[in-house]
Design a protein around this ligand. Structure first.
Ligand code: SAM
Length: 282
């Protein structure tokens, strides 16, 4: 079944009376090049397990089944289950679970379903409304995965993969950089989807580091400082940290002075080391 063919997709969706849900970020890929390119960039083989989020009608899932040993795919929308039964009927190495990626215990899931795979990777065309929360959950849960290849909105991708200390950086950039090396792999235009969204997308790769690159004594405090520093982007990092962490301006000024930091510096100009030093001295 050619899931890149507009009429085939229309026919199969019609057969099951499926209508797109905007709230669930349902924009399905119909471009014939994007999914194979995503699957190829995983460098998977038959010893690889892949966790997919949001299979839709299974267009990317099919490609993943072709390159990996086993695929486990989480779909929140029950209405897609009979569709997937039909579109993925030819594959015996895929399991579709009706689950919410934000609620399921991913560590237990990977252990149970993909625990015997030599490597586990995550691949998805992520629903836009939960891009950052999903990526943060995948990173913070310290899952036994070695990389994440996902499609996200172009702007979100540029922020996720920005350099810490650059204009595009945000709290999520620092968080990604803490756990992984990131890169933008390729652009995907809006007309590659059905229905077509209002924005373009990019496919990004987050390669999770086996060894921790940054040594942080108190991770909770570190991430609180990062979030607070970026929470008032128009203000200086000093004011933003003081206002949102409820620490007096004098105390934060003393910390900045002690570290030799410009008192007017904004969060996007701070480096990883600056954030670590601030969090350890505040
Ligand atoms: N992979 C398909 C493709 O590329 O055509 C569909 C991608 S579509 C952008 C996002 C998919 O994620 C939809 O199928 C949607 O129902 C599903 N989804 C939305 N929220 C979800 C959640 N919290 N957990 C699991 N799947 C979810």
């Amino acid at each position: 079944m050619d899931l890149y063919d507009y009429n085939t997709v229309k026919r199969i969706l019609g057969k099951y009376g499926f209508t797109f849900s905007k709230a669930l970020g349902q924009n399905f890929l119909i471009d014939p090049d994007v999914c194979p390119q995503m699957a190829d960039s995983l460098c998977a083989d038959k010893s690889t397990g892949v966790l997919e989020v949001g299979p839709g009608i299974g267009v990317l899932t099919k490609e993943l089944c072709g390159v990996a040993g086993r695929v486990v795919s989480l779909e929140l929308d029950k209405r897609l289950l009979p569709v997937l039964d039909e579109t993925l009927a030819e594959f015996d190495n895929v399991e579709i679970l009706n689950a919410d990626v934000m609620k399921i215990d991913l560590n237990a899931l990977i252990d149970e379903k993909l625990g015997d795979c030599k490597a586990v990777k995550v691949c998805a065309n992520l629903p836009y409304y939960i891009t950052s929360p999903v990526i943060m959950t995948l990173l913070e849960s310290r899952l036994p995965i070695d990389e994440i290849v996902v499609m996200v909105q172009k702007e979100a991708g540029e922020r996720l993969c920005a350099q810490v200390g650059s204009r595009l950086a945000g709290a999520v950039t620092v968080a990604v950089n803490y756990y992984a090396d990131s890169e933008i792999l390729f652009d995907v235009l809006r007309d590659c989807f059905m229905p077509s969204p209002k924005v373009d997308s990019v496919v990004i790769r987050l390669k999770i580091r086996k060894e921790q690159k940054f040594k942080v004594k108190d991770e909770k405090r570190f991430f609180t400082v990062v979030k607070c520093a970026f929470s008032q982007r128009r203000k200086t990092a000093l004011n933003s940290i003081s206002n949102t962490m409820g620490i007096s301006k004098d105390k934060v000024t003393a910390v900045f002075n002690g570290l030799g930091l410009d008192l007017n510096i904004r969060a996007e100009k701070l480096t990883m080391e600056d954030f670590i030093n601030i969090s350890e001295n505040i």
